[in-house]
Ligand binder design. Sequence first.
Ligand code: GLN
Length: 289
Amino acid sequence: MSRNIPDSSKKLLKYITDEIHLEESAEEVLSIAYLIMEHVFGLDKAEIILDRSINISNSKAKELKEFIKRINTYEPIQYILGETEFYGREFKVDKGVLIPRGETEELVQLIINENQGKKIKLLDIGTGTGCIPITLLKELRGARAFAIDYDPRAIKVARKNAQLHNVPIEFLLIDILNEPIPVQSLDVIVSNPPYVTESDKLQMKPNVLKYEPAMALFVEDSDPLLYYRRIAELAKSTLKEHGLLYFEINERFGEDVKTLLEVMDYSDVQIVKDLHGKDRIARASNSVN
Ligand code: GLN
């Protein structure tokens, strides 16, 4: 960056948007610029509109340039800030965990709607940041939670988030593909497992491909339902009778996941669409025939 950094907030905002060279919409670039203004200079939107003048120290100038440099390599802003928002709460993130998505808020919303007032015992498989069980414990009074991940980095982040939100969760470092689940009599099992296939990769943005953990995202084209089949199998004996199974799914496999669950004798199998009208959630009840 060669230009001098301006000292009025409106001009600074403009300077930042000009320095961001991402293939993103102007709206997205502007929202990144606002976040930078807030985190580097402590200025919110109202203060920018008032065009407050700012005194930019050498260290702030350096911080700003470093921030923009990272943004221009497509590093997600959530990793640079070390935090993100999920269901109205702050969650710590780092490169070891997937950044929580809006679709997962919809998954959580469905579970909240269907389990209000029930004091459930729940398990989240592939917990990442821990955003699913932490939000459910916050929203469902009297719930108890267990959370599994096979990456110790994820367990570390999730533990930190559970502490931040002051909820008790029992974390288990387990590879569910090769190990059993040591919890019984569950009311709810939820999972947002890896579901992006190698062929879906072509449509993914560089911020996801370059920075987010592949082990949380990808599954082989030859067996895209691997995690669903395994979890549904484990859930048969660990869910209570009529316990509920909730999955976030790849929009291309709604019908396939539904068939899989029906063949495995689950009842009330439903595929729910997300806000974009895409098949995104599978839910089923553990019927005992
Ligand atoms: N929805 C995520 C994405 O498109 C994928 C989440 C997952 O694989 N579980 O990046």
